[in-house]
Design a protein around this ligand. Structure first.
Ligand SMILES: NC(=O)c1ccc[n+]([C@@H]2O[C@H](COP(=O)([O-])OP(=O)(O)OC[C@H]3O[C@@H](n4cnc5c(N)ncnc54)[C@H](OP(=O)(O)O)[C@@H]3O)[C@@H](O)[C@H]2O)c1
Length: 253
């Protein structure tokens, strides 16, 4: 339950190894968050991070096995984690796969991996989470989308379209939750310098995980439904969306 000041006391992170998620959790724990559950494909790899959170004030930190692609496990995963912890104030959907577009175009199976991770896996686990949050009657979901889903570009349409699907799904899910006590905030970052983008050319208006985390914390405090990181990308993409396609195609950034 949120404390008397309305702060998040407990958070479940789906994709606990995400740098954006960890920067967000760091800020939550520096605030009033006491319970952190990190769900990841390899929970053992999060042992040092879990210890660091405890030394910064979290009283209960757990790393659990979770695979977004193991759809059949999602019902039991959500049931178990909520049964053990009772309730969560916040669930962060952070997992995602960028893929390698050149390779994925030649190997549709690997493209399907990107699409199933970012869209199908996310939709599956979010439906289970939403049901459980509705039952408890309170809580927020934060879903990591991207500006790449705003308009698919030739250079990354596989990732972009998978995230566009996730974004549309979250818009509808968020609207369906109105009046239930549960809310959903979509986060649309631009290029973020994390391990996901390591080795790539840094794009204009790039940001870092810490700045995205600030946007997330601020958006939660203000009850926002959609936030952009950085905020100015909202205006950039409202122009991008309406550019004639021959013009849009020429933009390489
Ligand atoms: N970085 C950017 O430029 C950027 C921009 C816009 C949006 N985003 C989105 O923001 C989110 C966080 O990205 P990030 O930059 O923090 O990247 P990151 O550090 O690479 O984190 C992505 C995480 O997703 C996890 N993951 C991938 N497939 C999974 C699966 N099947 N099951 C469970 N976990 C899985 C990875 O787990 P492992 O540790 O096991 O590999 C990794 O910890 C992603 O959804 C991403 O699409 C990122």
């Amino acid at each position: 339950m949120k404390d008397a000041l309305g702060s998040v006391e407990s958070v479940l992170v789906l994709g606990g190894g995400s740098e954006i998620a960890q920067a967000t959790v760091d800020k939550l724990v520096a605030g009033r968050t006491k319970t952190v559950v990190l769900a990841a494909r390899n929970p053992d790899s999060l042992a040092d991070y879990a210890r660091a959170l405890e030394s910064h004030g979290a009283s209960k930190v757990e790393a659990l096995k979770f695979d977004a692609l193991d759809f059949d496990s999602h019902a039991a995963f959500v049931e178990d984690v909520f049964s053990v912890h009772g309730s969560f104030d916040l669930v962060v959907l952070a997992f995602g796969v960028l893929g390698d577009q050149a390779k994925d175009e030649q190997d549709p199976k690997s493209a399907v991996h990107v699409i199933e991770s970012n869209f199908t896996g996310a939709a599956s686990i979010l439906l289970h989470v939403a049901q459980r949050l509705k039952k408890q009657g309170h809580g927020s979901i934060v879903a990591l989308s991207t500006v790449a889903g705003e308009r698919a570009r030739a250079a990354n349409y596989i990732y972009g379209s998978s995230k566009a699907g996730l974004d549309a799904f979250c818009q509808g899910l968020g609207d369906s939750l109105v009046g239930t006590g549960v809310s959903l905030m979509i986060v649309r970052p631009g290029f973020v310098t994390t391990k996901m983008t390591a080795g790539m050319d840094v794009k204009p208006m790039a940001t870092d995980a810490d700045s995205v985390a600030n946007v997330i914390i601020d958006g939660l405090a203000k009850g926002r439904e959609i936030v952009w990181a950085p905020a100015k990308l909202r205006f950039v993409f409202s122009v991008m969306r309406h550019l004639p396609r021959p013009v849009f195609r020429k933009i390489k950034a």
